[in-house]
Design a protein around this ligand. Structure first.
Ligand code: SF4
Ligand code: MG
Length: 317
């Protein structure tokens, strides 16, 4: 299967105050195959949204490369940049904030068509109706305004807007976090159906591990600006190697109370340290139950410890 996106040693730093540097994303590397869903999980502030925003060029990269279909997205210009702006789309966390309240649903959905000059007049409206149908809404919704819709419906509108320009890659940044639990599965199932029908590739950013497992082929775990583990979902959930992944997974409630919990709950000590002044060596060491002296001295290397399973931890070096 071919690789549609490759992220190589990506760094995104922000200046804070006069002398501080926030290392939001620090040396992150991974790839995504065409047609797959890669989940990216971690606590808030771990850098997963910043990673997504740097990939889609909402941010410049401080260092490293993002290759989309083999081309460095941060170097694209002119017609190639314009094409990239269509091919990669984003769905945002907050369907309340990401839709312009003064625009009709039709104008919101058609925004990309207008910007890229893809359709006008009757053809444009036909396209809007078609997109509404695709996401489970209908024609009558076209002339309404965002505030007339529920959260789940608004996220459907956001999805229709992203689909309008026929992208092949979608970054979904916590697309269901703001929705009621009863609505979350509906939106995820819609995304799964659209992926099958349109051959979409997803980068799915979330902190709900159960939902991420359900939608993702592979999952990467981030902590304090770095990737700590990445592998196939099944393998990650059955056999996590990194102590942080173990702790995260041990906190997932087991849905069926008759099933005995096989994994002991690991309670992490302390808070996530500041990314402005992260711990030396392994960034997880201040909370890691398995830390050893070397963890304070050396940053663990991002390494493929078995085929298709990457980990950054001294236990596996
Ligand atoms: Fe824990 Fe050390 Fe592994 Fe970091 S490198 S996760 S501190 S054992
Ligand atoms: Mg975020």
């Amino acid at each position: 299967q071919d690789i549609i996106l490759e992220v190589r040693n990506l760094k995104k730093y922000f200046r804070v105050g006069r002398t501080g540097v926030l290392k939001a994303v620090d040396n992150v590397s991974f790839f995504i195959r065409r047609g797959e869903t890669l989940g990216l999980v971690g606590e808030s502030g771990c850098g997963k949204s910043t990673t997504g925003r740097t990939i889609i060029r909402l941010y410049d990269a401080t260092d490293g490369e993002v290759l989309f279909k083999g081309k460095n997205v941060h170097k694209l210009k002119g017609a190639e940049l314009k094409r990239f702006r269509r091919e990669m789309q984003m769905i945002f966390q907050d369907p309340y904030a990401s839709l312009n309240p003064r625009m009709t649903v039709a104008d919101i959905i058609a925004e990309g068509l207008d910007i890229h000059g893809l359709a006008s007049g009757k053809e444009r409206m036909e396209r809007v109706y078609e997109l509404l149908e695709t996401v489970g809404l209908n024609k009558e919704h076209a002339s309404r305004f965002p505030h007339e819709f529920s959260g789940g419906q608004r996220q459907r509108i956001g999805i229709a807007r992203a689909l309008a320009v026929e992208p092949d890659f979608i970054i979904a940044d916590e697309p269901i976090s703001a929705l009621d639990v009863s609505i979350q599965a509906q939106v995820v199932n819609l995304m799964k159906r659209l992926q099958r029908e349109k051959g979409l590739t997803y980068l799915f950013i979330a902190h709900d591990l159960a939902m991420v497992k359900y939608i993702s082929d592979r999952v990467g775990v981030m902590y304090l600006g770095t990737l700590v583990e990445l592998t196939e979902s099944e393998r990650l959930y059955e056999n996590p190697l990194h102590p942080y992944t173990e702790a995260l997974l041990s906190a997932i409630p087991i849905p069926d109370p008759r099933v005995e919990r096989t994994r002991e709950r690991i309670i992490l000590q302390g808070d996530v340290p500041s990314p402005i002044n992260p711990p030396s060596g392994c960034r997880f060491r201040t909370r890691c139950p398995k830390a050893k002296p070397i963890c304070a001295e050396l940053e663990p290397v991002w390494k493929e410890v078995e085929p298709g399973h990457w980990v950054a931890c001294h236990l596996y070096n």
